[in-house]
Design a protein around this ligand. Structure first.
Ligand code: ADP
Ligand code: MG
Length: 266
């Protein structure tokens, strides 16, 4: 199936430190997959390795979007292939407005930029993003909620095939969470957007209504199920779920950021 995001046997992490220990996942257009897991299990690392962020590397496996192999490509090429990442901690870009960023991204993949401003203004209204955030540097002095609305705005404007949303619900108040989740849900239904939503909270999942819930521990998916899995997690916690299902919890990879080789035994 070429119209899909397919991750096979993905291993990798940061230079010298393996964090992902074999990730397998397939997402079809219009599907919402939730990825839940304890802090430090490698969820954000997965998002960075998928997008090819500087400092992160893959050591084995493959990642394809609509049949295009992403591993080895530059980040902008992965975006052009149809992958979007809303980062857990968005980067500030002083002096570059959201519109500039979008125009550059669209030109890079050969999309039409005529009428961009009109589309941006109407999308901003839909997401309750105030005009001043369109004219300031991207994410500069945005509150957590404003950042996440602005990320969702970029997602809606770029209309990728697949989006990884890394804790897009963290730090959001109830109204912002609802606005963001509903916009994302509409994209899955109207445009066939496929979503990998990394989250701790079932509130986001209530809005997004995922097709599949995956539990991530020790750098890989240890079990997958329907939305009921998120409810079970809420009650049992990760340890409880792992014990009941007889899953060996892989040891968390702990290593010193200053010396990523320190956890290794040669
Ligand atoms: P999660 O998002 O599931 O909380 P992360 O992917 O952020 O987990 O982190 C997984 C592990 O990888 C942690 O032990 C973290 O300290 C380590 N790690 C992540 N990014 C880096 C980095 N750039 N340099 C060194 N260690 C990192
Ligand atoms: Mg994280």
């Amino acid at each position: 199936m070429s119209n899909s995001l397919i991750i096979k046997g993905l291993r990798g992490g940061v230079a010298g430190g393996e964090i992902l220990t074999g990730v397998d996942l397939e997402i079809l257009p219009g599907e919402v997959h939730a990825l839940m897991g304890p802090n430090g299990s490698g969820k954000s690392t997965l998002s960075h390795v998928l997008m090819g962020r500087e400092g992160y590397e893959s050591t084995a496996g493959s990642v394809t979007v609509n049949g295009v192999e992403l591993l080895g490509l530059e980040t902008w090429q992965r975006a052009a292939a149809g992958l979007f990442l809303a980062m857990q901690y968005p980067v500030e870009v002083p002096g570059v407005r959201v519109e500039d960023l979008l125009e550059a991204a669209m030109r890079a993949r050969g999309s039409q930029v005529d009428g961009l401003n009109d589309r941006l203004v109407s999308e901003a209204q839909r997401l309750a993003v105030r005009d001043e955030f369109l004219t300031r540097g991207v994410n500069v002095e945005f509150s957590g909620g404003e950042q996440k609305r602005a990320e969702t705005l970029q997602l809606a404007m770029l209309a990728p095939s697949f989006a990884v949303l890394d804790e897009i619900d963290s730090g959001l108040d109830v109204d912002a969470l609802r606005d963001v989740a509903r916009r994302v849900k509409a994209m899955t239904q109207e445009d066939g957007l496929g979503v990998l939503a990394i989250t701790h909270y079932s509130r986001l999942l209530t809005e997004l209504n995922p097709d599949v819930v995956h539990v991530f521990m020790g750098g890989r998916i240890v079990t997958s199920g329907g939305p009921e899995l998120a409810d079970e997690l809420e009650v049992e916690g990760y340890d409880g779920l792992a014990a009941r299902l007889g899953i060996e919890i892989p040891e968390p990879v702990e290593f010193n950021r200053a010396d990523p080789f320190s956890h290794r035994t040669f």
